[in-house]
Each structure stands twice: as C-alpha cells, then as structure tokens.
Design a protein around this ligand. Structure first.
Ligand code: PLP
Length: 383
C-alpha cells in the first residue's frame, strides 16, 4: 500500500516507485468524497439505504449480473455465498492453493472443508485438469479464483462441474472488469464474490465487498444471511451473521465506479508495456493469457530466480515490489491440519518461491515502468 511518502525524494535524491499509488486515483474525487460524507452525516443513514441500493444496482450492471448484494468485505462475500447453498457441514469445496488465504478462510468459516488443487504452470490459475485431480465423492463446490485479475477457464470448469454434479462459484476479488470471451467476471457461475479492499481495482476507503448472482433465490438467501438471517428487523428465518455494506463505502465506491473502465485500460496499457520490455528476457517468466482474454491486471506478476534477493536489490534502487503469495495455502500453519505436505502441489509451491509483483496502478508512468524494468534487469544480472 502506498501513502504520500512514496512520492517524496529518498535520501539519495531519487523518488520511490511505489507498488501502488492510491493517491493519484483519489485526488480528483476529494471534493466528491467530502460531499458524500457530509450528506450521509446529515442523514444519519449509515448502514443500508439508497446509497447502498444505488451502488448494488450499478455494480450488478457492470458485472452483467442480475443482482449484487453488498457485504462487509470480500472474505464475507465468499462465506455468505457458500452458506446460501445450505450444504451439510464438511462438504468439500475445491480451491486453488495459489490464492490469498481469505478464499480458504471463508470456506472454513462456512463450515465446509477446503480441498486444495494445484494451478497451471503457464497461467498460475486452477484449470479443469488441476481441479479434476481433487474431485472426490464428498466434493460439492468448485471455487476458482480469478487471481491477478485473469479469469479462469470458466467454460471448461463449468463443463467439468456439470459432469460431476458440482456447483461453481467464483472468487472474483481481484477481477473487477476482467473479461474472457467478452464476458466479465461475476456472472459466469452461480455466484461470485468481490472485494473492495482499498488496494483492489475498485477499492472503497475501508473494507467492503459484494456478491453477484443471476439467481433470485441465492440473492434473497445472501441478503438474509448477511443481515442476521432476515430481511426485516427482528426477523431471523435462518441463522445468519452481520456483514453489511455501509452507506459511506457504497457512496465512495459509486463515486469511483465510472472511472473503473478507464483505470482497467490504463492497467492493460501498463501491462503491455511491461510485456514489451520483459517478454524476451531469459530469466523473467511472465504469466500467459489467451487471445480471448482481457485481464484486469490487479497484479503484474513475474517469476524470477532468487526472488527475495531480487526484491531487496530493487528496493535499494527505490522500487517497491510485492509477493502474491509467499506461501501456498496448503503449506501455511493455519491449514496444516488439512494434511498436505511439501511437494503435493508443486506448481503452486514453485510459483510461491519465484513470484514477484511489479508496481501496477492506473497513472503509473512509462518512466516509472522503465525504472522498474532496469532495476529488475540489473538485479538479475548480478545473480
Ligand atoms: C483472491 C482474494 N480472495 C479474497 C479476498 C478477501 O477480500 P477482503 O480482503 O475484502 O476480505 C482477497 C483480498 O484481500 C483476495 O485477493
């Protein structure tokens, strides 16, 4: 995450290239944010209400989905959509090991059992092949993650799921505006979960999330579950929880939403520029995408040898980088009880050792990208 210090001169007189610069995205909206805050303060309508309904409607439209249900954050969105299924405790949900831990936490919190699958070497996403290896008689749901803003092969995964009578849901927390075959994330399965964590492609000024779906029954179930089990105060038809989108975050998201398409185009342009500079480098591995894909480039990941050393050298050259993610979920302490060991999901494990995320945000300049690439190339030349 960046703050204003990222743009200050470092001791050696060079500016830091931040991993993410939210201040550029937010600067044009300061006044709108302040006015929304004043209005909501005056109305005292802090949770739910017309601001939430307006954003939900526009978010559903953006995702080509029938409905969007605002919730407290992306982790809750996954948990709530899974709870809507009413599956017996311990039913298995297949999830890629190469994801942010929240995907698996949410499965666990919904009372279901995560089964971790490996990812494809070229895309680093779950595929019908990697998922098929983990299907058992207890499998009920497949939950692909559109990691880095690239859509998983939903046609192939949906076909596999239909053959095995499995439900498909998407973790689209990183995939706002991503497309495959012209279709956006969010309506390619029974339901999809979004995060609007501030650093996401569409980020709130705090935590927020949403579920999108074309299924009216799931929509109503999600609304109930996220609101203490009922649509009205003191109606508790089913066991629920408290995960509501607040009016302020909905208002801030609505102010930013009209810019999302342009921000995505800027990310695509920046990714194309990185590609053109790094595509031929023998020690830099890029993730690949088919011609039918338009990723949202939430993250621009590369694979490099001796990643931690390279990241440290880049930081010395005033370039911030990230790692998404350093430990695949099956090797974390939190999920050691699932019983996986080192070597079980080899592509995810190799990727975790090699992945390095380069600065990527709308407004990144060509000069900044060139500094990133020259620092990376210089670091690799010293290994
Ligand atoms: C892939 C993935 N899934 C789930 C989440 C959880 O979202 P949140 O942080 O809003 O709970 C995130 C984001 O942090 C994510 O990147």
């Amino acid at each position: 995450m960046s703050d204003s210090r990222d743009n200050e001169l470092t001791e050696s007189g060079q500016t830091m290239v931040p991993f993410l610069d939210l201040s550029i995205m937010h600067a044009p909206f300061r006044r709108d944010f302040e006015m929304a805050f004043q209005e909501i303060l005056s109305s005292s309508r802090f949770v739910g209400g017309s601001r939430v309904a307006e954003f939900e409607e526009n978010w559903a439209e953006f995702c080509d989905a029938g409905a969007a249900i605002g919730v407290g954050n992306g982790t809750d969105a996954i948990e709530v959509m899974l709870r809507c299924l009413g599956l017996p405790a311990g039913s298995e949900v297949i999830v890629p090991a190469n994801t942010f831990i929240a995907t698996v936490e949410a499965v666990d919190r919904a009372g279901l059992r995560p089964t971790l699958c490996d990812v494809d070497e070229a895309t680093l996403l779950a595929t019908p092949e990697t998922i098929a290896k983990q299907i058992s008689e207890n499998s009920r749901v497949v939950l692909p993650v559109h990691l880095y803003g690239a859509l998983a092969d939903m046609d192939g995964i949906s076909k596999l799921a239909a053959d095995h009578d499995l439900i498909v849901m998407e973790d689209a927390a990183q995939a706002h505006g991503a497309r495959r075959n012209g279709k956006p994330a969010g309506a390619l399965s029974l339901a999809a979960a979004y995060s609007f964590y501030p650093g996401k492609n569409l980020g709130a000024l705090g935590d927020a999330g949403a579920i999108t779906t074309n299924d009216p029954e799931l929509e109503m179930a999600a609304r109930r579950i996220a609101n203490h089990g009922g649509l009205m105060r003191y109606e508790h038809e089913i066991a629920g929880l408290n995960s509501r989108l607040d009016a302020l975050q909905a208002a801030f998201l609505q102010i930013k939403l009209p810019s999302l398409e342009n921000w995505t185009l800027e990310r695509r342009r920046a990714a194309a520029h990185y590609h053109s500079m790094l595509g031929e480098h023998p020690r830099v591995g890029l993730v690949s995408h088919g011609p039918d894909e338009d990723p949202a480039w939430h993250i621009y990941p590369v694979r490099v040898p001796e990643r931690d050393k390279v990241a440290a050298m880049m930081l010395e050259a005033h370039i911030q980088t990230g790692v998404h993610y350093p430990v695949p979920v099956h090797l974390t302490g939190a999920y050691s009880h699932l019983g996986y060991g080192s070597g079980d999901l080899p592509v995810s494990e190799r990727a975790a050792a090699e992945l390095l995320s380069l600065p990527m945000f709308p407004g990144i300049t060509i000069a900044q990208q060139e500094r990133v690439v020259s620092a990376l190339v210089r670091a690799l030349s010293t290994l």
